[in-house]
Write a protein that binds this ligand. Structure first.
Ligand code: BES
Ligand code: MN
Ligand code: ZN
Length: 506
């Protein structure tokens, strides 16, 4: 694990093999720490800017090699921040990620960095430190646990934030600790999504939840197949019945100090399908392996609960993760079956591949026993949502206030959401059944909305929103400087910001 600490000092003399400074676009004369390095190196950064080669474009990384007797470090990296007037926390996270990745590629072991964009009149210092910690940890992530150790693999051992103004150190340390808590929780979510279905079974997911709870002081309870049946969770039970692996219903609670244990909580529900074959309505084999990530919503909830606990967010929060496989078998549920959810409503199964909404229905019914202040569910729910939005942004639908809070949280974290309608006149009939209270699929058109209309039947009058993150759990292509190949950990930072949005309210 890469350690990240802060010291007071001058980056020019930092005890490190690699120094990271930054540059805004359009700056002719560097200022602050960049200027100090530039002076120490005899003006090489100024000349690089004057040549037009170095522009300060977002995430541009320039590598400089100091002459002996100038600075002790082997190399200096100058990372671009883009225009000063367009600077954001996301720019800082990306800059930190781009620079540290370059540093690791070059064999850096000990890195010293400045904060990005926190100079006079700039970005909040604690938020800036949090962004650097998040960008650094997330960019260095690799999923290596299932292969033999590569002898030439190299890790950055420590990163030290160098700050010349000692009065800012406490805020920096607070920000670094927050960034560590959040980024390690995203890392947990990523690792769970990256683990294949044979490794991450529902019980293994429950074990990961227990472990995170034991480490952080979350309350954790796990219900198995018999308890799920005894509660009447017939929808979760139906999805799980074709699988040898027992389902697990995972309950996590963060009860902050001084908050009554019956205070109306926020409830976060995450879909935990550890492998989705489609069941009897089996999926095409092409790309089916990615359905190991069908617990991405559950991983986001677990990661967010862990982070919220570590941050000590003063809001009672409950996380629910219905976990199961979806496999075909002689005991599997079938198209045409009519099943009964925990609240007694009946569901005609059109497709056993529309399983996520089934397990979430029972979770939402269960959630209502806590008289929630609000509920949010998050799920890799429909291919239709990917078709609509292109797997760059998640779909969100539901109660206007919750949707607005999620949009704000998404903009702040760059884990964005975009609203789809749940208009009843237009979409309510999509899931009408001739034989049951509803059916579980409304066909191809409006598929993401039909899933939302289905879930809405189980929320009653609790303010609620549904996030469809299908495709975001394992994005294809370049995910940006702090998002390496494989699982993204999408949703953790979004949900943390959403819950923290309530922290300032009574
Ligand atoms: N887990 C899938 C949705 C999905 C698709 C997630 C692609 C990630 C990437 C979900 O359980 C599913 O199979 N949905 C069906 C619903 C349909 C049968 C109504 C779908 O989208 O095809
Ligand atoms: Mn499915
Ligand atoms: Zn699924």
């Amino acid at each position: 694990m890469t350690t990240i600490t802060a010291i007071e000092g001058d980056i020019v003399n930092a005890p490190a093999d690699t120094l990271i400074v930054n540059l805004f676009a359009g700056v002719a004369e560097p200022t602050g720490a960049t200027a100090a390095i530039d002076r120490a190196l005899g003006g090489v950064i100024g000349r690089a800017i004057a040549s037009g080669d170095v522009k300060g474009k977002p995430n541009e990384v320039t590598v400089l090699y100091p002459a002996p007797g100038t600075v002790a470090a082997t190399r200096v990296l100058v990372v671009g921040l883009g225009p000063a007037d367009a600077f954001t926390g996301e720019r800082a996270r990306q800059a930190a990620g781009a620079a540290i990745r370059k540093a690791r590629d070059l064999g850096a072991t000990r890195v010293a960095t400045v904060l990005h964009g926190t100079g006079a009149g700039g970005f909040d210092v604690a938020l800036g430190a949090q962004a650097v910690a998040e960008g650094t940890i997330l960019a260095l992530y690799r999923f290596t646990e299932l292969r033999k150790p590569a002898p030439d693999r190299h890790e950055v051992e420590d990163v030290v934030v160098v700050e010349h103004d000692g009065a800012r150190l406490p805020a920096i340390e607070t920000g670094l600790a927050r960034g560590r808590a959040v980024a390690d929780s995203v890392t947990l979510a990523r690792t769970l999504v990256n683990r294949p279905g044979n490794v991450l079974t529902p019980r293994a997911l429950a074990e990961a939840a227990r472990q995170a709870a034991a480490e952080t002081g979350l309350r954790c309870e796990v219900l198995g197949r018999d308890e799920i049946a005894a509660l009447g969770m017939g929808a979760l039970g139906a999805v799980a019945q074709g699988s040898y692996e027992s389902p697990a219903f995972i309950i996590l609670e963060h009860l902050p100090d001084g908050v009554a244990d019956d205070a109306p909580p926020l409830v976060l529900c995450g879909k935990g399908v550890t492998f989705d074959s489609g069941g009897i309505s089996i999926k095409p084999s092409q790309g089916m392996g990615d359905m190991k990530g069908d617990m991405g919503g559950g991983a986001a909830v677990l990661g967010a609960m862990r982070a919220i606990r570590l941050l000590g967010t003063p809001v009672r929060t409950i996380g629910l993760i219905p976990a199961t496989e979806n496999l075909p078998d002689g005991r599997a549920f079938r198209p045409g079956d009519v099943i009964r959810a925990m609240d007694g409503q009946t569901i005609e199964i059109i497709s056993t591949d529309a399983e996520g909404r089934l397990i979430l229905a029972d979770a939402l019914v269960y959630a209502k026993r806590f008289t929630p202040r609000a509920m949010v569910d998050i799920a890799t729910l429909t291919g239709a949502c990917m078709v609509a939005l292109g797997a760059k942004v998640a779909g969100v639908m539901g109660h206007a206030d919750i949707v607005a809070r999620l949009r704000a949280a998404g903009d702040a974290t760059n884990e964005r959401v975009w609203e789809l309608p749940l208009w009843n006149d237009e979409y309510g009939k999509l899931i009408d059944s001739d034989v049951a209270d509803m059916k579980n699929s409304g066909g191809r058109n409006g598929g993401a909305i039909a899933a939302g209309k289905f879930l809405e039947k189980f929320v009653g009058d609790v303010p609620w929103a549904h996030i469809d993150m299908a495709g975001l759990e394992i994005p294809d292509g370049d995910g940006g400087p702090y998002r390496p190949k494989g699982a993204s950990g999408y949703g953790v930072r979004l949900l943390v910001a959403f819950v923290e949005g309530y922290a300032t309210e009574a």
